[in-house]
Design a protein. Structure first.
Length: 380
């Protein structure tokens, strides 16, 4: 084989390579272009001719690919071609991606520029990045769930202790001196026990409802019922448990019949009413009103209790959040987050006004015509 044969062999080898090659001499003029280049980029064939300078080549390439001077890709590519050093990745208009690499030839004889189509690689890279983001999100959710679980365990162990201690303490007292106890004392102790049991039940109910909501098991079931009667009943329940409670009720509706989910409304109103009484421990005065405005029914529960510090109001609907003012009063911090989610589930909103040391008022606004979204995400 003479030298010409060698060169031909080399040209054929380069032609079948997956990459396209241009070799520039030390003056940055084209010395050789592989056939692959002409085949894959035929539109460049007429200016990729031996002797053409890299500057001309770049100008024609920019024109051919429609990359204007103001295009950010222009400067990026220009720097590479003028310098003939390093590597660039270049996106084309048709969605394809090229990687162009300049490798110096030995002894400053010139530069070999190889162009690789990396479209598939880029596609996979994007798919991988999307997968990674998905995994990161799943991990975040998992961590959040674990944190909520930890909070829940610490809350349960702390908050359930108080009523249990009340029950146990009162039972012990009665056990120790059963003969000496007057009827009145027994009644007092039993009342304390029943109060603690009712608080425990409320906490358990709240936790169960919150959990059902989380797992999407709590789906609204619409039925017709008398809202005025339900509010009256729930207020009566509070009166029975708290003798000192002063409760004023005012209902002004053109029609007391609504088509809502009775069970969910009961959870919502019970939470607000029991909070109103619980956070006004001295002598609770609670005003409940219900009226209609602009197609919405407003149910407002206002108390004269301890109130909420202004800067803490934005957080009270968060799971497990308890305001500093509530530190001495037992609770789980779950009631309002559940209440808000249920109100939203029924297409309504909940508003709060509170003045620290003076009282709070919670207003639930529900559309008279409730429409339930029929998708799997509607329960959160
Ligand atoms: P819990 O009452 O079990 O702590 P909630 O989610 O029902 O949980 O309430 C969250 C927090 O909001 C309470 O800890 C309390 O700080 C505050 N809060 C709720 N209702 C009232 C109210 N009527 N008066 C004062 N603070 C309230």
């Amino acid at each position: 084989m003479d030298e010409k044969d060698h060169i031909n062999l080399l040209k054929q080898a380069l032609a079948v390579s997956a990459d396209a090659f241009i070799i520039f001499d030390s003056e940055k003029r084209i010395f050789f272009v592989s056939d692959h280049y002409r085949r894959v980029y035929p539109q460049n064939a007429d200016f990729l001719t031996p002797g053409a300078s890299v500057y001309e080549v770049f100008d024609r390439m920019a024109e051919e690919t429609g990359v204007a001077v103001e295009d950010p890709r222009y400067k990026h590519a220009k720097d590479f071609w003028y310098d003939l050093k390093g590597q660039i990745e270049f996106p084309l208009e048709n969605g394809r991606y090229l990687r162009v690499t300049a490798s110096p030839l030995p002894d400053g004889q010139g530069t070999i520029v190889s162009t690789t189509d990396i479209t598939e690689y880029k596609k996979q890279e994007r798919a991988l990045a999307a997968k990674q983001r998905e995994l990161e999100r799943a991990l975040e959710k998992e961590q959040e769930a674990t944190a909520v679980q930890k909070q829940f365990i610490s809350m349960v162990s702390h908050e359930f202790r108080t009523p249990l201690a009340i029950i146990d303490g009162n039972a012990q007292l009665m056990e120790r001196r059963p003969d000496e106890l007057s009827g009145e004392t027994v009644l007092k102790r039993t009342k304390a026990i029943r109060g603690a049991v009712s608080r425990l039940l409320q906490m358990v109910d709240g936790v169960l409802s919150a959990n059902s909501l989380q797992t999407g098991m709590l789906k609204p079931v619409l039925q017709q019922f008398d809202i005025a009667a339900l509010i009256g009943l729930l207020c009566e329940e509070q009166r029975m448990v708290h003798e000192a409670l002063e409760l004023a009720l005012e209902i002004k509706l053109a029609d007391d019949e609504v088509v809502w989910d009775r069970k969910l409304i009961t959870i919502i109103l019970s939470n607000l009413l029991s909070n109103a009484v619980k956070y006004a421990p001295e002598s609770p005065k609670v005003n409940v009103s219900c009226y209609e405005q602009d197609g919405h029914i407003h149910i407002v529960v206002a108390d004269n209790g301890i109130g909420i510090p202004e800067h803490e109001i934005p957080y009270i609907f968060e799971k497990f959040y308890r305001a500093t003012s509530a530190a001495s009063i037992p609770g789980t911090g779950l009631g309002l987050s559940l209440t808000q989610e249920l109100v939203n589930l029924l297409g309504g909103t909940i508003q709060v006004h509170s003045k620290f040391g003076q009282g709070s008022s919670f207003a639930v606004l529900l559309p008279r015509e409730v429409r339930i979204k029929d998708d799997n995400n509607s329960a959160g």
